[in-house]
Design a protein around this ligand. Structure first.
Ligand SMILES: O=C(O)C1=C[C@@H](OP(=O)(O)O)[C@@H](O)[C@H](O)C1
Ligand SMILES: C=C(OP(=O)(O)O)C(=O)O
Length: 442
């Protein structure tokens, strides 16, 4: 049964909010732990449905994956090329990252792996991963457009390739690098637009040789195949993509001040915060440090008057999941915000460009979509709200519109809470603890 939620005007948001672990880093830690020899201890793992599906997948591949306590996990891996053939279909649920990274992982094994997912994931294009893997000698059988369910059969010996990414996608890059681990020789990915580099960082952390060069054609990332990876401790930072929701809420709700400790500040993930700072947001980064190779800081976010800006297309990969919540912020800024180059938003959990524009318009904001650009006009007295937004299995749409309801004249509802648990379990309770008023309406 779908569980609708209603978000009404919030009290000032205050206190310290512990944001769950980074989803991208959590998936990678389980996969690389499973491809390593020996034990990997993970602290701060995101226990959201997307990541739990990857944990179950790694178990199905024969790795030991144990839950020791909140956020604390132990993985004992099988080594590169040492995974078993799963006896059943791997269900990645709602997770594009899970499926694409696991396809690369499965490609490096001389086995056949079947993959499926929920109604959202079964709509998403996997051919972008299938094409380079096929060049490496992998057989993929999929539905039209490379969509799941699909099967991946790894060859006895993979062919190392050099591949230029046709779309800015860290998931595609990572799938190729993970497959490249099992190939004799060097596998290179060239990315004309830089994307999040957690896979490269973590591969090195587990003992792989990874070379990165900045060239005229883009960033060239080379992994040397057939390493022996060794289990390592991993500390997962708080997810900046999740922190985005309380951060924007605090900026918009008068009188707010939130402390968000230990948030990942990797510049390839920090585009939203960079944008908000340009818009005039009062966000302080304190206690900056490096944890397990990733930069982290405590964020202090205070209510601010924002002004509209133009967000360049080049910034999109560093904030690709944050446009729905940026649109909410933009509707409360003085002036107009133009976000360029949002084509990739159309192939996320839902068509996020349409969902954001339609939802904002339904709430009374003035928005326009022109090609791949989204324009949001700020309104002095905010937006009307007073409507129900269809979530369509998209957690980011759900959370963005709940934040909008905290400042709109009338409450905003979403038609189903369930998707939020994929990336931000406990979102409602955490926000309500800080001063939000999100209820079930029951
Ligand atoms: O590599 C990753 O962990 C991710 C990459 C991005 O997807 P794309 O690679 O499709 O851009 C992002 O949208 C997703 O939430 C997580
Ligand atoms: C796009 C997202 O995730 P995925 O591609 O892993 O489903 C997201 O978390 O916003």
């Amino acid at each position: 049964m779908p569980q609708p939620l209603i978000s009404s005007r919030a009290r000032p948001l205050t206190g310290t909010l512990r944001i769950p672990g980074d989803k991208s880093i959590s998936h990678r830690s389980l996969i690389l732990g499973g491809l390593s020899v020996g034990e990997t201890r993970i602290e701060g793992l995101l226990e959201g449905e997307d990541v739990l599906a990857t944990a179950a997948a790694m178990r199905a591949f024969g790795a030991t994956v144990e839950h020791l306590g909140p956020g604390s996990w132990r993985v004992v891996g099988r080594g590169v090329g040492g995974l078993d053939e799963p006896a059943d279909v791997i269900d990645c649920g709602n997770a594009g990252t899970g499926m694409r990274l696991l396809m690369g992982t499965a490609a490096g094994q001389p086995i056949t792996t079947f993959f499926t997912g929920d109604g959202s994931l079964r709509r998403r294009p996997m051919g972008r991963v299938g094409a380079p893997l096929a060049q490496m000698g992998v057989r993929i059988v999929a539905r039209e457009g490379g969509r799941p369910p699909l099967a991946v059969t790894g060859p006895e010996i993979l062919t190392p390739i050099t591949y230029t990414l046709p779309v800015a996608s860290a998931q595609v890059k990572s799938a190729i690098l993970l497959a490249g681990l099992a190939a004799p020789g060097e596998t290179t990915v060239i990315e004309p637009k830089w994307t999040r580099d957690h896979t490269e960082t973590m591969l090195r952390h587990f003992g792989a040789e990874v070379r990165v060069e900045d060239t005229a054609e883009g960033r060239r990332i080379t992994v040397v195949g057939e390493p022996e990876l060794t289990g390592r401790p991993v500390v997962v930072p708080a997810d900046p993509s999740s922190a985005a929701f309380p951060a924007v809420a605090a900026l918009l709700v008068e009188g707010s001040e939130l402390l968000l400790p230990g948030v990942g500040t990797n510049p390839l993930r920090f585009g939203l915060f960079e944008t908000l700072l340009e818009m005039g947001a009062d966000i302080e980064l304190t206690n900056k440090r490096i944890e397990a190779g990733e930069p982290v800081a405590d964020l202090v976010v205070r209510h601010s008057r924002l002004k509209g800006i133009e967000v360049p297309a080049e910034r999109a990969p560093s904030m690709i999941d944050e446009y729905p919540i940026l649109a909410v912020a933009a509707a409360h800024a003085e002036g107009t915000t133009i976000m360029r180059g949002l084509d990739e938003l159309r192939v996320k959990e839902s068509d996020r460009l349409a969902a954001t524009a339609n939802g904002m318009a339904a709430c009374g904001a003035r928005v326009e979509v022109d090609g791949d650009d989204l324009t949001v006009h700020g309104a002095d007295n905010g937006v009307a709200g007073g409507t129900t937004i269809p979530v369509d299995l998209d957690h980011r749409i759900a959370m963005a519109f709940l934040v909008l309801g905290m400042v709109s004249a009338d409450a905003v509802a979403i038609d189903d809470e369930a998707a939020i648990a994929t990336s931000f379990p406990g979102f409602r309770e955490l926000m309500n603890g800080a001063g939000a008023a999100i209820g079930t309406g029951a």
